[in-house]
Design a protein around this ligand. Structure first.
Ligand code: SAM
Length: 247
């Protein structure tokens, strides 16, 4: 069947691309990408040059139809985003959806994703993690989202752009309280990579100490809420005693 290759690209260090991804990029007829300059630069770094097809959040539906038509005409196309894995807080899902609905295949070429990269060095114990991605920028909506996450027994994974980091960390402190651990994973795989873990009460001061610490791209992790099992077991025990009294 006609195939779209959904291909992860580096999140900073240009060497973090798989040999398989480079092989596929060398074979495809075109690459659908978010920012053509960015992708041209990456391809150029590996001596490749391919026709590029702009596929960003504003034209995803139209470009999806074009990609489907080209796949059905027998072309091989790769889909990439600017950094990391397509469709993870990035365009791509609509294109893949259209491709699948048209009866074509989507083959993943795994590679970097900022969320998984940060989780791997967090040291936070996470049988479960919950991907939040970007929080809403409006304070009220952000609060609503955070309130809904407070009791979740899963490590939380958030993405943040540099200009809002202080505001977001303050909102997290307010919502989750002082004691839970936060991991600030900044500029992963890049020259100024910094991974800092501390209780939420200390995060703001740490960021304020050096303006450099506030710059760049961040993954924020928040330690999971303690499991509620003990509470449930205790309620159950009390209930059994009361029921026994009633009978
Ligand atoms: N598709 C990407 C992925 O698989 O991780 C995510 C793209 S999203 C538009 C960009 C956000 O990802 C940034 O604002 C930041 O939160 C996170 N991110 C991307 N690269 C990063 C890096 N090198 N270090 C820390 N966070 C990064």
């Amino acid at each position: 069947a006609s195939t779209l290759y959904v291909l992860a690209t580096p999140i900073g260090n240009v060497c973090d691309i798989s040999l398989r991804a480079l092989h596929v990029l060398s074979l495809v007829d075109a690459v659908a990408c978010e920012d053509t300059r960015n992708t041209a630069h990456l391809l150029n770094r590996y001596g490749l040059s391919k026709p590029l097809l702009a596929a960003h959040q504003h034209n995803e539906n139209e470009v999806a139809a074009k990609i489907v038509a080209r796949l059905q005409a027998g072309e091989r196309i790769a889909l990439v985003s600017d950094a990391g894995t397509p469709a993870v807080s990035d365009p791509g899902a609509r294109i893949v959806d259209a491709v699948l609905k048209a009866g074509c295949r989507a083959i993943p070429l795994p590679g970097a994703s900022a969320a998984i990269t940060a989780l791997s060095v967090s040291g936070l114990l996470h049988d479960q993690f919950h991907f939040v991605g970007f929080l809403p920028s409006k304070a009220r909506q952000r609060e609503t989202v955070l309130t809904g996450l407070v009791n979740l027994a899963a490590t939380l994974v958030l993405y943040e752009a540099p200009h809002r980091i202080i505001e977001t960390v303050d909102a997290l402190h307010q919502a989750f309280g002082p004691t839970r651990q936060i991991v600030l994973a900044r500029e992963l795989t890049k020259l100024f990579e910094t991974i800092h873990r501390c209780p939420l009460s200390e995060a703001s001061a740490w960021l304020a100490q050096d303006p450099m610490r506030q710059k760049g791209e961040f993954v924020i992790l928040i330690e999971a809420a303690p499991a509620q099992e003990d509470d449930a077991a205790e309620s159950d025990r009390v209930l059994q005693i009361l029921l026994a009294e009633l009978s």
